[in-house]
Design a protein around this ligand. Structure first.
Ligand code: ADP
Ligand code: MG
Length: 872
């Protein structure tokens, strides 16, 4: 069905010549010299004016006669030109054939007038559109049923899809180019009323659907521009120049302008909108010859797409092979005048040059085509020399009819240009173009589908309208009885007539009865069917209702379960919380009990240790006189332990071995070294106290070796040289000092008694036998005194200092845990005690007084609950 384009030129006998028509326009001024004279409907005569170049030197005037397909004189109407030249092309278009119509001539010869005309006297183009739409009215496809495939072809989409696209474009009108004309412009030709052409062509296939697409291009300076393309607008520079388009070949070897805007139109008015829009854009250059003269070739393409209806006659058959596209190209060529006559210069000259060049290319092509056909030669036709010939190459190759209207301005001044035009036009007629094959629309489907469909639709609509009415059943038993009056018994006319009538009536009755029975049966069958359906529906309905009920109850059950689960979860959470609290409390109680138990245990152990210690003391003191009783612990009641700041270095009265080493020495470590020397004087010198001037006022004074003012017992001659035991119970915060009864001889004790600076005697041991006992754990012993001068912290271990005071040793430090306190106490070290005892014995032996500082305060302040829980 698709036209076989470009394939027919080789077939002999099926060729048509290029048909050239001549139209002579009237003179602008009747007084002007006229050089054109139509001699007949086919012949026109050109008579050169006297000033023409064609006049021979001898003054002879040579007349030229040109023969064309038809010559329209100046009185010929637009309608006549259209009917004769363009209407057959529209007819071909409807039949699926292509057509090309040129208007050719010099500037101001009437080309644009012939092509476009005026609203009141329309030219070829609007009439083509009028006639086209008049003809396809009723068989026109709805918009967007046919859709461009962007490659010069078309596709069919369903009416539903087309409707969707229509709605989409209604919502977004920017997509359509141009917009559907508004109603106030309908029927107008621009702003003026137009008189449309009423012709209707009958070459439309009723079983086809048609759609019209138009495009509008121009060729200017041998560049192709799309006149319907939206130009980008810049507020400063204005409209940007249009982009040139390129020519392409489609799948059928047809030339087309790539990416050219093609608009589907459903009425001539829409087409005019497109035309006017394009004309606005058209580059119209004004030359000295004609202010309206166009310097470009404008091409208005009308493409008619048609496709057969489906077998039901409702929608377009969606088969791309069944789509037929035909094209009518209406070309308004630029003026063919020579350059020098237009007084062109610069750009205009270039334009004119290009115009002539493309027209020359057209001439060349036509001449070579003619030569090839005449001489059976095969010279290559230079279509590509210009865009104009390249674009229409297919037409000359046999793609459709080519027609040309040569417009002639009869003015004498135009003779020299006109003669060239006429010569070329006449020559063009000799070119034969292969006739396009008749497109066969018969695709095997029943003709008249649309009408049938329409009738059925109409009928069904009518039936619907008349449905409530009683059907017009014919229950008549026939005509009435014939006259059956018997004139005589042997009447052999009436009786047979009557008999015949009755037989007829009987037959009719029987037929009616049969029909009635049949209809009854049918009705009964329908009724039964209906009843069965109804019962089925009831059953289904019941089933559905049951399912709904089940589902509802199921949902309710689930909801109840969810609620139960939630409440159970909440209950469990609360229960767990309660249990956890109880458990915690229980554990705390247990821990407290355990703690108390451990405290008691350790307290007992401590007491036991203390007891042993006391016994040990007694043993140690056994050697002494009976005046030396065992130290008695006076603290019975544990009292809150208050922290007391005592000056570091005060606890010098009873010291460990290390401390004793320092007694009599300066606090510097050097002193020990000095005392171990052999020189007594040197040792004495070392025992001199540090001059006061060197000590800082803020730092504690260096502890003197002893202070005789505070001595409360004699140390030089008495057996008991220290006795600080209080009478009875002592109050808390009582100052305690050890009570050492008797000296104890130590066999291996070597030392020297040195007088101290304060007037006393210091004992320097050279060799002391010591008893050691390893304390468990890793407790550090802290040197009790002297403390560093920058010491500013609390003296927290009063009990330790008291221990020192009482027992001659410092206790373990850094005890924070209450249980460790007991441990510390229980791991009592004998070493300092022995050391202190030895020191004392040495003193006794040497009849020296024990160096005790006057401010040696031993504060013994137990902490509540931390000091020995059982009374010592
Ligand atoms: P072209 O397009 O060839 O340059 P136009 O079509 O613009 O020339 O015609 C120039 C002028 O001549 C226009 O004003 C037009 O109205 C007038 N004209 C041309 N042909 C005719 C005609 N056949 N009848 C009346 N006026 C015409
Ligand atoms: Mg023109």
């Amino acid at each position: 069905m698709k036209p076989q384009r470009g394939k027919n030129s080789k077939k002999k006998g099926e060729v048509d010549p290029v048909e050239v028509y001549c139209r002579v326009r009237p003179l602008d001024n009747p007084d002007d010299n006229c050089c054109v004279k139509p001699l007949s409907t086919t012949v026109v005569q050109l008579i050169p004016p006297e000033n023409s170049l064609a006049v021979a030197r001898n003054g002879q005037i040579k007349e030229y006669q040109f023969t064309f397909q038809y010559v329209f004189d100046e009185y010929t109407s637009q309608k006549a030109v259209f009917d004769y030249v363009a209407c057959p092309l529209v007819d071909d278009l409807l039949r699926g054939k292509n057509g090309l119509l040129f208007t050719y001539g010099i500037t101001s010869s009437g080309k644009t007038y012939t092509m476009t005309g005026s609203p009141k006297d329309q030219g070829v183009l609007p009439r083509c559109l009028d006639v086209l739409f008049n003809s396809i009215s009723g068989v026109q496809a709805k918009k967007y049923v046919f859709k461009s495939d962007k490659m010069n072809g078309f596709e069919v989409q369903s009416e539903a899809d087309a409707m969707m696209e229509r709605q989409k474009r209604d919502i977004m009108p920017g997509i359509t180019t141009p917009k559907t004309p508004t109603t106030h412009r309908r029927g107008n030709f621009g702003d003026q009323e137009r008189i449309s052409d009423p012709t209707i062509l009958s070459s439309v296939d009723d079983d086809n659907q048609y759609a019209v697409f138009v495009s509008y291009i121009e060729i200017y300076n041998n560049y192709v521009y799309d006149l319907l393309e939206e130009l980008p607008y810049d507020p400063i520079t204005g409209y940007k120049p249009p982009q040139t388009k390129i020519l392409r070949t489609d799948s059928s070897d047809c030339m087309y302008v790539m990416n050219c805007v093609e608009v589907e139109i459903t009425s001539p008015e829409e087409a005019f909108e497109v035309l006017f829009k394009g004309q606005k854009r058209r580059k119209v250059a004004h030359t000295a010859l004609n202010a309206e003269s166009s310097r470009s070739h404008s091409i208005f393409n009308i493409r008619l797409v048609q496709a057969p209806l489906d077998p039901r006659g409702e929608e377009v058959l969606q088969d791309p092979d069944k789509i037929c596209v035909s094209q009518l190209s209406l070309v308004d060529l630029a003026g063919s005048e020579r350059t020098h006559r237009t007084k062109n210069a610069g750009d205009r000259l270039k334009e004119a040059g290009n115009i002539n060049q493309s027209l020359m290319a057209l001439r060349n092509c036509i001449e070579i085509l003619r030569d090839n056909q005449k001489n059976s030669s095969n010279k290559m036709v230079p279509y590509r020399d210009s865009k104009l010939t390249h674009l229409f190459k297919n037409y000359f190759d046999g793609e459709g009819k080519v027609r040309m209207i040569v417009c002639v301005n009869p003015k004498g001044d135009e003779f020299d240009e006109t003669i060239h035009v006429m010569k070329f036009a006449e020559l063009s007629q000799e070119v034969l173009i292969a006739r396009q094959q008749q497109v066969r629309f018969d695709i095997g489907l029943t003709p008249g589908r649309r009408k049938m469909n329409y009738k059925e639709k109409f009928k069904s609509e009518d039936d619907l309208c008349t449905a409530p009415k009683v059907p017009a059943f014919d229950f008549s038993l026939g005509p009435g009885f014939p006259p059956f009056e018997l004139l005589r018994s042997s009447d052999d006319i009436v009786l047979p007539q009557l008999e015949k009538f009755l037989v007829e009536r009987q037959k009719r009755r029987e037929a009616l009865q049969l029909d009635l029975d049949r209809q009854n049966d049918e009705f009964r069958a329908q009724l039964v069917e209906f009843e069965r359906n109804y019962e089925q529906a009831i059953v289904q309905n019941d089933e559905l209702q049951q399912r709904v009920e089940k589902s509802e109850s199921y949902i309710q059950d689930k909801e109840v379960k969810i609620r139960q689960e939630k409440s159970e979860k909440e209950r469990l959470r609360n229960d767990f919380k309660t249990r956890l609290d109880i458990n915690n409390q229980h554990w705390e109680r247990n821990l407290e009990k355990e703690r108390q138990k451990i405290e008691q245990d350790y307290g007992g152990q401590i007491w036991e240790k203390q007891h042993k210690l006391n016994m040990l003391r007694n043993i140690v003191n056994e050697g002494d006189s009976d005046a030396m009783p065992a130290p008695q612990e006076t603290f019975r009641t544990p009292a809150p332990k208050t922290r007391t700041h005592t000056t570091p270095g005060k606890l010098l009265s009873a010291r460990s071995e290390n401390d004793m080493r320092k007694i009599g020495n300066t606090p510097t470590p050097r002193s020990r070294t000095a005392t171990t020397g052999t020189s007594l004087s040197a040792a004495r010198a070392n025992l001199k106290p540090t001059p006061r001037s060197t000590s800082n006022s803020n730092t504690p004074k260096p502890t003197p070796a002893y202070n005789p003012r505070h001595r409360r017992s004699r140390s030089s001659n008495a057996e008991i040289w220290l006795d600080h035991r209080p009478q009875g119970n002592v109050e808390l915060d009582t100052v305690l000092q050890p009570k050492i009864k008797k000296k104890k001889s130590v066999s291996k004790l070597e030392g020297e008694c040195l007088p101290t600076a304060g007037g006393g005697t210091a004992v320097v041991f050279n060799d002391v036998e010591t008893l050691t006992q390893t304390s468990p754990g890793s407790r550090k012993r802290r040197s009790s005194c002297p403390q560093p001068q920058d010491f500013e912290g609390d003296w927290t271990d009063v009990e330790d200092r008291c221990n020192v005071a009482m027992e001659g040793h410092g206790n373990a430090r850094n005890i924070n845990h209450p249980y460790k306190k007991y441990q510390t106490t229980s791991t009592f070290s004998l070493k300092p005690l022995v050391g202190a005892t030895l020191a004392l014995k040495a003193l006794l032996n040497s009849r020296s007084s024990l160096p005790l500082a006057s401010d040696d305060v031993m504060t013994y302040t137990p902490l509540p609950g931390r000091w020995y829980p059982h009374s010592l």
